[in-house]
Design a protein around this ligand. Structure first.
Ligand code: SF4
Length: 299
């Protein structure tokens, strides 16, 4: 809609940039003007789809973000990953019986190998790590269930879908049922009223039901929990968010239905952008047509 002279001048400048080899200057490289290279599904019909419980959750939240994070490698910053990895490793040490002092010493040993961008930020994160470890330790000591395994791998099949992953803790309750515990170190938590349909916890319970931990004598799920030790916990104590056992749910097949739906969606070819509470901090917003930063990608 700009005057013709202005458009001509702009086109002239673009053509100079193209001639100088500037990346992205050639309209042939503009996303909104390029043709789809392939309209078929990513996974051909009948082929096995592999997914993990956490992927089911991220796909259910937003298909486009899942695609760009898992297939194109966009995602969490190293800083967040470092902290989460350290806290999970500390939790394993505590579960193996290590004392708080020994755990702190171990964290100190590895801390200077991690890059937090600045010494100031690194020491803030170290204080945060110490608080999280204390919260976890208090929760662990008060937990009445038997701990069967930490960082336990799982692999089960249901139809054409293979579910693989690792649980932070597998525990046995007083009725001999398996309870999966997922340790969370982030700053956001699901709403309590959404927990009974929390995808990741539901898929863990489904995996128990499908025999993922049979060799440990666990065949029936007794619920699953998120243990929030990060800022999402709000208080000085770990915040526990519990999902009831699948058998107590009025629709006990919901987790299996969700896995089927997500597996079909992950096969492509369409990945829908779904506005949700995580859009505010989404690392791929600049590639998302429903977000102002990425709106230019819409044809
Ligand atoms: S901004 Fe929101 S809708 Fe867009 S990709 Fe990210 S999470 Fe999905």
């Amino acid at each position: 809609q700009a005057p013709s002279a202005l458009r001509q001048a702009a086109a002239g400048q673009l053509s100079r940039l193209v001639a100088a080899g500037v990346r992205g200057a050639d309209p042939a490289q503009w996303y909104a003007l390029t043709e789809l290279s392939d309209t078929g599904p990513i996974v051909p019909p009948g082929e096995r789809v592999r997914l993990s419980p956490s992927q089911v959750e991220s796909f259910a939240r937003c298909g486009l973000r899942w695609l760009l994070e898992s297939a194109a490698g966009a995602g969490q910053t190293d800083v967040l990953r470092h902290l989460g990895t350290v806290i999970h490793a500390a939790a394993v040490l505590i579960s193996d019986g290590a004392a708080e002092r020994a755990v702190a010493q171990r964290i100190d040993d590895i801390w200077h190998h991690l890059d937090f961008g600045s010494a100031w930020y690194g020491s803030r994160q170290r204080e945060l790590a110490e608080r999280m470890v204390r919260k976890f330790l208090a929760w662990h000591e008060a937990n009445p269930r038997d701990l069967l395994a930490t960082e336990q791998a799982l692999r089960v099949r249901v139809g054409q879908v293979e579910i693989t992953g690792r649980v932070d803790r597998l525990e046995r309750d007083a009725q001999g049922r398996g309870v999966i515990v997922d340790l969370k170190t982030g700053g956001t938590a699901p709403r309590d009223e959404d927990l009974d349909r929390h995808p990741q916890l539901g898929v863990y319970q489904l995996a128990v039901l499908l025999g993922a931990f049979e060799e440990l004598g666990i065949t029936e799920p007794g619920g699953a929990e998120l243990v929030q030790v990060g800022k999402a916990g709000f208080t000085a104590r770990a915040r526990v968010q519990r999902q009831r056992p699948l058998s107590d749910d009025p629709a006990p097949g919901w987790a299996k239905d969700l896995v089927d739906a997500v597996a079909a969606g992950m096969a492509g070819p369409v990945f829908r952008a779904r506005v949700n509470a995580g859009c505010r901090t989404c690392p791929v917003a600049s590639c998302c047509p429903v977000h102002p930063d990425g709106a230019q990608l819409s044809p």
